[in-house]
Design a protein around this ligand. Structure first.
Ligand SMILES: C[S@@+](CC[C@H](N)C(=O)[O-])C[C@H]1O[C@@H](n2cnc3c(N)ncnc32)[C@H](O)[C@@H]1O
Length: 322
């Protein structure tokens, strides 16, 4: 086993995006990718075992049952890049299946250095694996992987956990099109997608009674206070979950409990937020089957296989670049 880490730098970009998001009108927003500092990544791991959050367990069941079948559909030799790997626990079965056929190169691409460290610890004991972690945004990392890949190798991209649902509407299609443009014909994408289900089930999944998801959400303000020298009064923001029926999106917001003035020194920003006003922090889209078929067609992929968990409606989709 060999592991290597390519580190990133992004403080200025963080300040810029916080400034842009918090001055948006009428809806203030913050990019969800910033939820994942060390605390956020640890809280996400806790969320993934909450009884109300079925997403991770559903995908674990699918990969546990069907990893061999999924691997059998992939050409050899194949290298694996994973977008937003998190701790990488679910990926183990796929990598173990592949490593039984050949030595395997695995490239987790993560914005969170803490998640990347967990992932490398979690998977480095797999036989004949070489891990090169990229602390990068998804497609920047994928371009760097592409620069390393050899002519006879196929690339398998993993994008699990329905993280694609964090892209709002057409942004998801645009993202997958850009991803496809990096791939070569015959490369594959294993895409985890949370499917539509009763609204009460969905809202409970993002608003657990222990308050772990609320802490995950509010930690974004703690992070901005710490890293960008801001003065958010954390107690004055509450976690709010909304289901947008038209777009089939769960939205997470932070709602101000009272009128406040906030300063974010390193972003050169001072702003007012009024009681009841919200900062939109995350979208999680829920997919239908016909929508998935249409997205694959629009973005230059053909369908190769799909595995569904019926206990918690969730699908892993294997698409081939065409
Ligand atoms: C919802 S979690 C999913 C983690 C894991 N794939 C799973 O299925 O449990 C999303 C992961 O993507 C990472 N992430 C979010 N935005 C990112 C971006 N723009 N570029 C790279 N990684 C990102 C986060 O740090 C986080 O670990």
């Amino acid at each position: 086993m060999a592991t290597e880490l390519i580190k990133g730098t992004a403080q200025d970009e963080f300040a810029k995006e916080v400034c842009t998001g918090l001055t948006k009108s009428p809806q203030k927003e913050l990019p969800s990718k910033y939820l994942y500092d060390a605390v956020g990544s640890a809280l996400f791991e806790a969320i993934s075992v909450l009884p109300q959050y079925g997403v991770t367990r559903a995908e674990e069941r699918i990969l546990g049952r069907y990893a061999t079948e999924i691997v059998s559909k992939l050409p050899a030799p194949v290298i694996v890049a994973e977008l937003g790997s998190g701790a990488g626990k679910k990926t183990r079965v796929i990598l173990e299946g592949l490593s039984r056929r050949q030595p395997i190169s695995y490239y987790p691409i993560e914005i969170s250095s803490a998640a990347l460290a967990m992932c490398r610890r979690e998977l480095s004991d797999i036989n004949s694996i070489s891990i090169v972690g990229f602390e990068r945004e998804y497609l920047d990392g994928l371009l760097e992987v592409a620069a390393r890949w050899e002519a006879d190798q196929h690339l398998m991209v993993l994008f699990l956990g329905s993280t694609i649902g964090n892209f709002d509407g057409s942004a998801g299609v645009e993202f997958l099109s850009r991803l496809r443009a990096i791939l070569r014909e015959g490369d594959s994408l294993l895409l985890g997608t949370d499917l539509r289900k009763p609204v009460a089930t969905l809202v409970a999944a993002y608003d657990d009674p222990l308050g772990v998801t609320a802490a995950f959400n509010r930690n974004l303000l703690v992070r901005i206070n710490r890293e960008l020298d801001a003065d958010f009064d954390i107690e004055q923001f509450e976690h709010l979950v909304i289901f947008d029926d038209t777009n089939q999106n769960i939205e997470m917001h932070l709602r101000a409990r009272q009128d406040q003035t906030v300063t974010v020194a390193k972003a050169g920003l001072g702003f007012r937020i009024l009681r009841g006003e919200t900062i939109w922090t995350e979208t999680s889209h829920k997919y239908s089957q016909s929508e998935l078929n249409s997205i694959a067609r629009q973005t230059g992929f053909r369908w190769q296989g799909q595995w569904i968990d019926h206990e918690w409606a969730f699908a892993d989709n294997l698409w081939i670049a065409c």
